[in-house]
Ligand binder design. Structure first.
Ligand code: R5P
Length: 272
């Protein structure tokens, strides 16, 4: 691959080959989600802690400072809303020249395996890979499950979906953490990134599932609500960064979170 491709990949994966993406794309189908009403404010607050923002072009143009040091993963699927009957009826929303214009390091696109729109969304993935590859732009496929998160959060289904996305040309696949996550990673020839889901009941819970995912071969995370809906987003982002890039255990990361939350000590090495 060319220099442009390698440059983008080096922003998506740090030298340890791990990654920490902050998902802020929720508005593309949900509107102003709680905690993410002002994306400009959230992005400024957290840009020192994460490697990339996952956003739409509308938010990028209107709310993200072009001087941000953070890589951009552009959400390039859409066509539905939270009040749609079927959340899976998505298509490619953005052209490759628009992605180049916005200088994104990658694009993110949802594939709905096992739904009425499986074929449509898979064909969209093929098209996107065909269009983005000549420009040196990697595609991150999202194994989307719509409203059926609980039923589909299991390794056999998600492993199949990840493998199909990789075989279709995705360079990174994002999926949910679940039991036997290592089997998903073993069957997927490209890096697997853990998606978030609704805010967990306790702070330690998210640190544990991210830690377990990393132990089982995940390359990193693409999380949103568990960070910007937390009472202390900087503490949570620091703690997650420490697990992903600094090999902290959940306990150590939780202590870091608490210390930042309680302002017992200044933000330490987790801040880059
Ligand atoms: C799905 O692709 C969504 O648009 C989000 O990017 C994803 O769900 C991650 O955000 P959260 O951690 O809030 O679920």
């Amino acid at each position: 691959m060319d220099w442009g491709w390698n440059n983008r990949i080096s922003k998506l994966f740090l030298p340890d080959q791990h990654c920490f993406y902050l998902a802020m794309d929720h508005g593309y189908f949900q509107g102003p989600t709680h905690g993410l009403e002002d994306v400009g404010k959230v992005s400024k607050m957290l840009e020192s802690y994460v490697d990339a923002f996952f956003v739409t072009r509308g938010i990028l143009r209107n709310s993200i400072d072009p001087r941000t040091p953070v890589a951009i993963i552009l959400r390039v699927s859409g066509g539905i809303s939270i009040v749609s009957k079927d959340l899976s009826n998505e298509e490619v929303s953005t052209t490759a020249d628009e992605v180049v214009r916005l200088n994104a390091s990658a694009v993110g696109y949802s594939v709905y395996i096992g739904t009425e729109y499986e074929h449509q969304t898979l064909m969209g993935l093929f098209k996107l890979v065909n269009e983005c590859t000549p420009f040196g732009i990697p595609v991150m496929a999202v194994t989307a499950v719509g409203r059926e998160l609980e039923e589909k959060k299991e390794a056999r289904f998600l492993g199949m979906a990840c493998r199909i996305c990789a075989e279709s040309g995705a360079s990174v696949v994002k999926t949910y953490y679940c039991e036997d996550f290592d089997k998903i990673v073993a069957g997927c020839p490209v890096p697997v990134v853990i998606a978030g889901g609704p805010k967990t009941n306790s702070d330690i819970e998210v640190l544990k599932f991210v830690y377990n995912g990393m132990q089982k071969g995940a390359s990193g995370v693409n999380l949103g609500r568990n960070i910007w809906q937390n009472d202390c987003p900087i503490g949570m982002a620091s703690a997650l960064r420490a697990i992903i890039h600094e090999k902290y255990s959940p306990k150590e990361a939780y202590e870091l979170f608490l210390s930042i939350k309680n302002e017992e000590m200044p933000v330490k090495s987790a801040k880059r």
